[in-house]
Ligand binder design. Structure first.
Ligand code: NAP
Ligand code: ZN
Length: 347
């Protein structure tokens, strides 16, 4: 089927209007007319080929909310007119141990991303900076009409990527939890950790974000360049979620963990980062990572957000401001997620 959106033609070119074909919906597919799409820092890493292996033309976008416009004959959970979301994943093998356990991002055959990927059949995937998307029903989520839909879009990546590790490491009351970096992921991690009842400390490099961090649920805010403030918290955290997009010193955070504490990376800077063995050996620390979340868990997160009235803090923008938004995200100047308004996508 015909689709229209914005694409990067190379790692240095600005995103420009692009006409392309998507597959005709099969029996298991849901077609979603896109109303909103969030801008994730992963979009920028991939458009600029910072992780390597990028494919062009690339239509980014994996924080998608819209309305179902058609369904295949075997689709049971959706009908035309329903609100629906699509996130980072559009295909997994559904047969390996990890898929069966609901951990589809860790599919042993390899999960297929919503864009910049190829399906098992070899079809190139194109993301949500566009008018419409086709995805199998397993990768489409039910969205509550109770929340601001534009602000729901970032839950599909920033939301689940922070919710999943917080649940996995059992964050809750009587836990001291750190969130590093107040960007798209960080501000969701902060909201969730606060809602789950933890004592939450936000780490930031941006003094100007301190008041916002408190408003978003932080019990304490630490400027990470303030060495004496960092030192006062040494050995005290149960869990720290690192949401930073650029190279930074991991040892500074490992040293803040208590006995058996975990530093979990969700941020994906492109360069390796040095870890001092002493930062791990001391207090039996763990350094870990986490990728998005499973499909069932994503729906659980969306339902939790509907119940708790949690959405992202967003700046809703038109496609004419895409380049400006990318530049501002890279500078850490976003409050706290840009979301593209589908109404501004003019053919
Ligand atoms: P973002 O909105 O740009 O937020 C990143 C934040 O990191 C910034 O707001 C800034 O916060 C901090 N930061 C930036 N540069 C820094 C530096 N040089 N040193 C220290 N802190 C710095 O990005 P995002 O969309 O939240 O994504 C964050 C990272 O997660 C990206 O690398 C992205 O690719 C990755 N990601 C991973 C997954 C996954 O499944 N694991 C999913 C989605 C995204 P302060 O101003 O508060 O310091
Ligand atoms: Zn993302």
């Amino acid at each position: 089927m015909k689709s229209f959106g914005f694409a990067a033609q190379s790692k240095t070119a600005p995103l420009t209007p692009f006409h392309f074909d998507r597959r005709e919906p099969g029996p298991d597919d849901v077609v979603v007319a896109i109303d909103y799409c969030g801008i994730c820092h992963s979009d920028i890493h991939q458009v600029r080929d910072e992780w390597g292996g990028s494919m062009y033309p690339m239509v980014p976008g994996h924080e998608i909310v819209g309305r179902v416009s058609a369904v295949g004959s075997q689709v049971t959970g959706f009908k035309p007119g329903d609100l629906a979301g699509v996130g980072v994943t559009v295909q997994t093998c559904m047969a390996c141990e990890n898929c069966k356990a609901g951990a589809e991002p860790y599919c042993t055959k390899g999960m297929v991303g919503t864009y910049n990927a190829k399906t098992y059949a070899g079809e190139v995937t194109y993301g949500g900076y566009s008018d419409v998307i086709v995805a199998p029903q397993h990768y489409v989520y039910t969205i509550s009409p109770e929340l601001d839909l534009a602000a729901v879009a970032p839950l599909l990546c920033a939301g689940i990527t922070t919710y999943s590790p917080l649940r996995h490491w059992k964050v809750g009351p009587n836990k001291k939890v750190g969130v590093v970096g107040l960007g798209g992921l960080g501000h969701m991690g902060l909201k969730f950790a606060h809602a789950m009842g933890a004592h939450v400390v936000q780490f930031t490099t941006s003094e100007s974000k301190a008041a916002d961090a408190r408003r978003l649920g932080a019990d304490e805010v630490i400027l990470s360049k303030d060495e004496s403030a960092m030192a006062r918290h040494a050995g005290s955290f149960d869990f720290i979620l690192d949401c930073v997009s650029a190279t930074h010193d991991l040892n500074a955070y490992l040293n803040l963990l208590r006995l058996d504490g975990t530093l979990c990376l969700v941020g994906l800077p492109d360069h390796p980062q040095a870890v001092a063995p002493f930062s791990l050996v001391t207090n039996r620390h763990s350094l870990s990572g986490s990728m998005i979340g499973g499909m069932k868990e994503t729906q659980e997160m969306l339902d939790y957000c509907a119940e708790q009235k949690i959405v992202a803090d967003i700046e809703l923008i038109g496609y004419d401001r895409l380049e400006e938004a990318y530049d501002r995200v890279v500078k850490g100047d976003v409050k706290y997620r840009f979301v593209l308004d589908g109404k501004t996508l003019k053919r």
